[in-house]
Design a protein around this ligand. Structure first.
Ligand code: FMN
Length: 326
């Protein structure tokens, strides 16, 4: 299928250490959107603030830096700096539902102030010498808010309007609202990209069948569960890997690669285990592990992984999961 697949930004998970390892082993992802960087009033950014997007940390990989901001001059300052590094697209986060962000009128919290958002967009588009894409939810507490939001987005040459069709209030619960995505698809003057709950090829086919001019989709958690998903959607999974044991071996290689990359990058077992536990939260849902369709398989194994306090315990639990899946 000739369609672009974007890896969604997942803060705490898809940083450059993970991203490079994933990209080394799998194909199918056209662009990786980075977890957000919050803009600052001071304009003082350390190497640490920016290390996730430094070109040296993202060789042979296409990334789109994402900014979290509600202030045009702060956005312009950092976006210009990022463009100087060679990036041609910058993404604005209007979707984050976390209270630490929304209470500061940022992420999806900024959707409650459409007039201010409009003014900010006006100033950032006037300044920009690069493409600006926007990742948005459909509103705060009522999907009809999206009428006004879309009329604002339509005033600007947004390179792609990536829509996670849930309300801020819904967080990640319930089903994505396809009626309002359909509204966006039919009324947006800019290209739209669908995001949320694509977990398998069938979910993706459903979206492309409903919205047949779809040229891109963004997937996050679905790839963490099935790292081969982008290759499957594009029909690129090699015959070798399509066999169960080869698939398991590839996932093992991926797991070990990410694990070792974190061991090299972080100090202390606790930090490495924290990162790996986040990955298992999604990976354990891959049906390849539950050979006998056992009841409570996910809960049981996640519990065992979460309980691990040392690398030795962790390796034992993980070995058992892979061996039992064979
Ligand atoms: C742990 C986690 C971290 C996330 N971090 C970000 C982020 O930094 N920026 C952003 O725009 N969205 C973020 N999101 C939202 C995802 O990018 C995506 O929109 C959402 O998970 C729905 O897509 P999916 O069902 O394909 O995962 C995050 C989601 C999760 C679960």
């Amino acid at each position: 299928m000739n369609m672009n697949i974007y890896f969604a930004p997942l803060e705490g998970i898809t940083g450059y250490v993970f991203r490079n390892e994933y990209n080394r082993l799998f194909s199918g992802v056209d662009k990786f959107y980075t977890p957000f960087i919050a803009t600052k009033h001071t304009g003082k950014y350390s190497t640490k603030d920016l290390r996730d997007i430094l070109p040296a940390n993202n060789q042979n990989i296409t990334i789109v830096p994402q900014l979290l901001s509600n202030n045009a001059s702060d956005f312009n300052y950092l976006a210009d700096k990022i463009a100087d590094m060679g990036y041609t697209e910058i993404n604005l986060n209007l979707g984050c539902p976390s209270p630490t962000v929304t209470t500061k009128k940022k992420g999806a919290g900024f959707l409650e102030y459409p007039d201010e958002l409009d003014r900010m967009l006006d100033e950032i588009f006037k300044n920009a010498s690069y493409h600006i894409s926007v990742k948005t939810r459909i509103g705060v507490s009522d999907p009809t808010e999206f009428r006004k939001l879309l009329s604002i987005y339509n005033r600007y040459p947004i390179s792609e309007l990536i829509i996670h069709p849930r309300l801020l209030e819904s967080m990640y619960n319930g089903k994505p609202n396809l009626d309002w995505y359909s509204y966006a698809y039919n009324n947006s003057l800019n290209n739209v990209c669908y995001n949320s709950d694509i977990k398998n090829v069938g979910d993706c086919d459903k979206i492309t069948a409903m919205f047949n001019n779809t040229t891109s989709v963004m997937i996050g958690r679905g790839i963490l569960t099935d790292p081969l998903l982008p290759e499957r959607i594009k029909g690129d999974v090699s015959k070798e890997v399509s066999k169960r044991d080869a698939e398991l071996e590839k996932i093992r290689k991926y797991h070990n690669g990410v694990y070792e990359a974190y061991v090299d990058y972080m100090s202390g077992d606790k930090n490495v285990l924290f990162k790996m536990k986040e990955i298992w939260k999604y990976l354990i849902e891959n049906p390849v592990f539950n050979k006998d369709s056992a009841d409570n398989f996910i809960e049981k194994n996640l519990k065992a992984i979460y309980k691990c306090n040392t690398v030795r315990e962790y390796n034992e639990v993980v070995d058992a999961i892979f061996i039992n899946a064979l």
